[in-house]
Design a binder for this molecule. Structure first.
Ligand SMILES: Nc1ncnc2c1ncn2[C@@H]1O[C@H](COP(=O)(O)OP(=O)(O)OP(=O)(O)O)[C@@H](O)[C@H]1O
Ligand SMILES: [Mg+2]
Length: 271
């Protein structure tokens, strides 16, 4: 997936949607996903029967008011937590059938994670951070050197391989985190508010990069965001409210997407 990597462009304009985005079996889907939390005596229904799917090569944004269940859904999709009932199915494999060890292996090998707070290890260099998923998996990093170089080039960080995270800007740290998410050639990349800690220019660069990764590497991306501008980079926006999917809209990739998304979110927040 990442051996022939394109040189990054500086344009922040979204390009055409992946041609295969609406076809084929889903990379990841859920069936009647429910998540309850117990807070003392009080039960919180964070997800109330969510049927979600994402196809190969698709970039999906998940939006919704605060507390609507976005992070909970992303955690369940990534096997970071288990549902109360219902199923998460990754390329035909039901995660509920896996032991804890097998589930961690799925997380390490088949899913790439990007977090709002970057989550780089401060004592490692940028390059070592990118290789971390391989090292944590107990594999030899030597065969991944070529891929590391290609990924660092793709995220525009070839010159920063030996820098420590505290020597990098927020946008640069997030670009390293994107490379880290891709090193294992995961079937899906999950991102929770990837631009939440960035200024608008760095945020735009990160979003344009995710868009290119999807278009040029046929990567599949699910991104949680509060920001309609971020969601406008996706192929499709799924809206959650009170733990349920209440709406979905494909982006047209024109200048009205932002307006449509912002209006829909404002309606959900005011209901
Ligand atoms: N560990 C937990 N224990 C108890 N309740 C929780 C836990 N995590 C989430 N919740 C509750 O589940 C609901 C959904 O939370 P979640 O974090 O998924 O929302 P969100 O849409 O990501 O919100 P935000 O936009 O503020 O990040 C909320 O009511 C929240 O309080
Ligand atoms: Mg959240």
């Amino acid at each position: 997936m990442v051996t022939t990597l394109p040189v990054p462009e500086e344009s922040t304009l979204p390009t055409a949607p992946a041609p295969n985005a609406a076809q084929g079996p889903p990379v990841l889907h859920t069936e009647a996903l429910v998540k309850r939390y117990l807070l003392g005596e009080v039960e919180v229904m964070a997800l109330r029967g969510v049927d979600f799917r994402v196809n190969r090569g698709e970039f999906v944004a998940i939006m919704g008011p605060s507390g609507s269940g976005k992070s909970t859904l992303l955690h369940l999709l990534g096997g970071l937590d288990r549902p109360s009932s219902g199923e998460v199915i990754l390329a035909g494999e039901r995660l509920s059938t896996l032991s804890d060890d097998a589930l961690s292996q799925v997380r390490r090998r088949r899913i790439g994670f990007i977090f709002q707070a970057f989550n780089l290890l401060p004592t490692l260099t940028a390059g070592e951070n990118v290789l971390l998923p391989i090292l944590i998996d107990g594999r030899d990093a030597a065969p991944y050197q070529e891929k590391l170089t290609a990924l660092l080039g793709m995220v525009g960080m070839a010159e920063r391989q030996h820098h420590k995270p505290d020597q990098l800007s927020g946008g640069q740290q997030q670009r390293i985190a994107i490379a880290r998410a891709l090193i294992t050639e995961p079937e899906i990349v999950l991102a929770d508010e990837p631009t939440g800690n960035l200024d608008s220019k760095s945020g735009s660069n990160v979003l344009a990069m995710l868009r290119r990764i999807c278009d040029q590497m046929q990567a599949t991306i699910v991104m949680v965001t509060h920001d309609p501008r971020a969601a406008s980079f996706a192929d499709r926006v799924v809206f959650l409210k009170d733990g349920q999917i209440v709406d979905q809209c494909p982006n047209q990739r024109d200048d009205q997407d932002l307006v449509r998304i912002a209006q829909r979110l404002a309606m959900l927040e005011s209901d």
